[in-house]
Design a binder for this molecule. Structure first.
Ligand SMILES: Nc1nc2c(ncn2[C@@H]2O[C@H](COP(=O)(O)OP(=O)(O)O)[C@@H](O)[C@H]2O)c(=O)[nH]1
Ligand SMILES: [Mg+2]
Ligand SMILES: [Zn+2]
Length: 296
């Protein structure tokens, strides 16, 4: 009986997984024990596991999947610790989308960074967003993946944490990953081909390089519709509201436009960024709508 090893799953192709052993950094080919299928658990990239290594050319076995710290569903990946939201002047930044993703990440206890890419096209944008997100405690990095500007600072903030980049198509995520990690991912409209037999489905893969650990996902969205989010829980995902909790006239205040709302007041005074509050109200309206229709 070989001793169990611990490691992290980098990727899965069909029923085969590649995992990197903690102790040696060696990569192993593994399959999942049958019990996982019975338990309806699929090993995911990012999963921390215990495994029995195979001997020679034989594959080994995944024996245990350790508890997940976070779970993203589209595509499914485990244990992402830091969400890097990439926005750019072109295509025009959708901050409602950014806020929605941020709220999901806050819920899971992820750290959030914002990378404002293509600063060569608009040198003002990052400073503007820095003000907008200061209250939320989100660090904003001005970068140009193409011109190689600001990459060291962003790399420093990402180091040591399992990161995932998200953002609108065309914001420059692939270009940024290439620049940060010295990779050669395809950018632009051409989809990335995965040269493994017929399997050309886009997948997720944990890449460790240059001191960074990044979950490379083609078209990561994190946006599994949240059918079970009670409207009153949305506000808990806005760190800048926290100092005002309990200060509204009504205890059950949703910080929409209720009389005596301390958050609305703070947004009016500029203590809370008014644009963030307005977008919160849009997301609140959406959340209420989904909640009302949750049994449909
Ligand atoms: N001007 C400028 N263009 C960039 C920059 N970064 C990426 N791009 C371009 O933006 C387009 C989309 O980039 P891509 O990395 O494929 O975006 P993705 O869809 O988010 O992965 C490509 O044509 C890139 O060359 C940048 O810093 N400045
Ligand atoms: Mg891309
Ligand atoms: Zn209120």
């Amino acid at each position: 009986m070989t001793a169990l090893k611990t490691g992290t799953i980098l990727r899965g192709i069909g029923s085969f997984y590649t995992a990197r052993e903690d102790e040696t950094g060696q990569d192993w080919t593994l399959r999942a024990k049958k019990k996982f299928r019975r338990e309806r658990i699929s090993p995911l990239p990012g999963d921390r596991i215990q495994f029995t290594p195979g001997e020679g050319e034989e594959h080994g076995w995944i024996e245990e999947i350790l508890p997940r710290k976070t779970l993203c569903l589209r595509p499914p990946v485990a244990n992402v610790e830091t969400l890097v939201i990439v926005v750019a002047p072109v295509p025009e930044a959708d901050l409602l989308l950014a806020d929605r993703q941020m709220a999901r990440a806050v819920k899971q206890g992820m750290k959030i960074l914002m990378a404002v890419n293509k600063c060569d096209l608009d040198p003002e944008m990052a400073e503007h967003l820095r003000q907008e997100y200061a209250g939320a405690g989100v660090p904003v990095f001005q970068v140009s993946a193409q011109e190689g500007i600001g990459l060291e600072a962003l790399r420093g903030a990402m180091a040591g944490s399992l990161c995932c980049l998200t953002g609108q198509s065309g914001a420059g995520k692939s270009t940024l990953l290439n620049a940060l990690m010295g990779l050669d991912l395809e950018t632009g409209e051409i989809s990335r081909k995965i040269a493994r037999g017929k399997n050309t489905t886009r997948h997720a893969e944990l890449i460790e390089r240059e001191g960074l650990r990044v979950m490379d996902t083609a078209g990561f969205s994190l946006l599994e519709p949240e059918k079970d989010l009670p409207p009153e829980e949305l506000k808990e995902r806005y760190p800048e509201f926290a100092p005002y909790e309990g200060k509204c006239r009504f205890r059950e205040c949703l910080h929409d436009r209720e009389p005596g709302c301390a958050v609305a007041q703070a947004a009016g005074d500029g203590q809370i960024n008014p644009a963030r509050w307005e977008r919160y109200r849009q997301l609140l309206a959406e959340t209420r709508e989904v909640w009302r229709n949750r049994y449909d």
